[in-house]
Design a binder for this molecule. Structure first.
Ligand code: NAG
Ligand code: NAG
Ligand code: NAG
Ligand code: NAG
Ligand code: NAG
Ligand code: NAG
Ligand code: NAG
Ligand code: NAG
Ligand code: NAG
Ligand code: NAG
Ligand code: NAG
Length: 463
């Protein structure tokens, strides 16, 4: 009943000539663009034989639905509605452009725990192998490639990876291939992931890779804080990414910006750039709120983060790199960060190991420069900073200003440990290391908007 209503109402909304708009903005990043809220064709999973009882398999229902809805990309686009209920399914691929996957309130997509449903697929070209093991990887749960204008959204429905199954096998070393991710989109543009909850991913939760124009908004990611590699949001070799109004609790980095691994990432050569993170909250006792790396061999540049809140995390923004990585991390701007219970507020690691194989080049040194952090308030801090560059590869132009850190009951005696780094500080308490002398000028934060801020997401009144 409800889906028929959605269908007939949504048809009445005029459809934006999206293809024309997309082509126009590809040439001019400053043109405002609005992605459509409504699609001309909407169907619900039950129309494809789906049963939302948490027991029946919906693998065929999802695949049939998406195959059907893929036919409407050039006819106003399509939407698959997942109604309230628990919809168990094996992995599925989104093959439709101009497509919306819409999870109604109390709709939950449950990942199958039948490992035979997950085919082994090729490793990512910028990684050269799976991260857990050499060779391929299990299929991602939801996957899409070479798509334009895909919106994955809803009324805070849930996508549940049922990760305990994978974590147990990973800990017991029973997996011969790398775990897949909960949602991975590659070689795609104009992607929106919003107003949803992701729980218990097998490994990383949201993984846009080789994408352009990605908005992640109003997303909650939940996983036990001791679950292995359950990173929240990992933009990887992507440009023009916005992450906002989101909250992650997980067993690994809440956000990790990446761009490929050692010689594979260097030769793939696609940076992560023009990334904005705002109004973001994180709990990650053993990892970073925002990590840059460790796989950063294609480079990371022009990243801004503001209005960040973290509770009980290991480090705020952490740059992880090492000899062999190559690439760069530069033009990073962070301001407005509130932290409670933090091991290292500032952490830059220049000796991160972990190589894909023995073919990495020890002379491939990363360039780390123009890192600006300001307006940071923290309580219950164990150590202010560990900043470690690389021999013959000093990390330069590091600026830290307006920082007030309250120390824990058992703080480290040396609050700032710095080596092979240079830069400046201003108004930092406790006082920064000699490598960052007090200069009395606050660090810059660019005043302009980023290109992704010109991309708006339409709202469909029939939701
Ligand atoms: C999609 O499914 C609907 C409902 O079964 C059907 O009417 C329509 O013809 C299908 N479209 C395509 C392109 O198969
Ligand atoms: C999804 O697409 C990938 C890449 O083309 C393919 O290897 C995999 O088998 C597809 N999975 C499903 C469930 O169709
Ligand atoms: C997807 O896009 C990539 C990069 O543009 C391209 O190399 C690849 O051939 C495309 N795949 C398909 C199936 O079109
Ligand atoms: C969405 O659901 C999650 C999990 O129940 C909850 O933590 C979050 O606050 C909800 N978000 C909104 C906007 O209601
Ligand atoms: C997530 O996994 C944990 C650990 O197995 C479990 O306790 C929890 O109930 C799961 N959450 C959901 C929403 O399934
Ligand atoms: C991994 O390989 C071993 C040895 O070949 C095999 O016994 C085991 O079943 C494999 N595990 C999986 C999950 O396929
Ligand atoms: C998220 O949901 C709110 C209403 O709860 C809506 O105003 C907003 O446009 C949605 N955002 C996106 C990006 O879908
Ligand atoms: C310093 O940072 C705090 C937040 O920690 C902010 O409220 C304050 O306005 C900043 N001061 C200046 C001079 O920018
Ligand atoms: C302060 O941090 C320590 C860990 O260093 C933690 O055990 C303690 O609970 C925190 N105190 C408060 C009040 O949060
Ligand atoms: C640093 O450069 C010096 C002089 O060129 C060289 O002797 C030394 O081995 C280099 N250190 C490393 C770790 O590459
Ligand atoms: C901040 O970033 C700019 C631009 O990357 C850089 O040139 C500068 O040295 C940094 N420090 C200050 C104080 O602006």
């Amino acid at each position: 009943m409800e889906s028929a209503g959605i269908r007939s109402r949504s048809i009445r909304f005029s459809i934006i000539a999206i293809a024309v708009l997309l082509r126009r903005t590809a040439r001019c990043q400053n043109t405002a663009i609005e992605l459509p809220g409504c699609r001309a064709h909407a169907m619900d999973l039950a129309q494809f034989g789906g049963v939302g009882d948490g027991i029946a398999s919906n693998t065929n229902a999802f695949r049939d639905a998406i195959a059907n809805l893929s036919c409407y990309a050039s006819d106003g686009g399509s939407m698959l509605v997942v109604p309230a209920g628990r919809w168990l399914t094996g992995p599925f691929n989104i093959t439709a452009s101009h497509f919306t996957l819409y999870l109604e309130e109390n709709a939950e997509i449950l990942a199958s725990t039948d490992i035979d449903e997950y085919p082994i697929v090729a490793p990512l070209p910028s990684y050269g192998r799976g991260r857990d093991t050499p060779g391929g990887r299990y299929s991602n749960f939801i996957w899409g490639s070479n798509l334009t204008d895909v919106i994955i959204t809803g009324q805070n429905g849930t996508i549940n990876g049922q990760g305990q199954f994978w974590w147990d096998k990973f800990h017991k070393k029973e997996l011969n291939s790398t775990r897949g991710y909960l949602l991975e989109l590659m070689f795609s543009e104009y992607i929106v992931i919003s107003n949803l909850t992701f729980v218990n991913s097998s490994a990383w939760n949201l993984h846009p890779i080789y994408c352009n124009n990605v908005i992640i908004s109003g997303v909650t990611v939940l996983a036990p804080v001791d679950s292995p590699n359950t990173d929240g949001i990992n933009p990887d070799s992507c440009s023009n990414v916005l992450i906002e109004d989101s909250f992650v609790v997980s067993g690994d980095d809440c956000i990790a910006i990446k761009s490929g691994w050692d010689e594979y990432g260097i030769s793939f050569g696609r940076p992560s750039e023009h990334i904005l993170i705002r109004r973001f909250s994180c709990i990650s006792p053993d990892s970073a709120v925002i990590a840059l790396g460790s796989e950063m061999s294609g480079g990371i540049q022009d990243v801004r983060a503001e209005n960040i809140v973290a509770i009980n995390s290991e480090s705020a923004v952490r740059i992880k790199t090492g000899a062999g990585r190559g690439g760069f991390v530069r033009d990073i701007f962070v301001r407005g960060v509130t932290l409670h219970t933090m091991k290292y507020v500032f952490w830059i690691t220049g000796n991160y190991g972990d190589h894909p194989d023995d073919k990495w080049d020890p002379e491939a040194l990363p360039e780390i420069t123009r890192i600006n952090y300001s307006d940071i308030f923290a309580e219950n801090v164990t150590m202010a900073a560990r900043l470690e560059g690389i021999e013959n590869d000093t990390f330069t132009d590091i600026c830290i200003s307006n920082v007030t850190l309250g120390l824990s009951a058992k703080p480290k005696k040396v609050q700032w440990s710095c080596a092979l780094v240079e830069g400046q500080s201003s108004d930092v308490s406790p006082r920064a290391c000699d490598e960052l002398p007090e200069m009395g000028t606050p660090c810059a934060y660019p005043p302009d908007l980023m290109p992704i801020e010109h991309v708006k997401v339409g709202w469909c009144n029939s939701y």
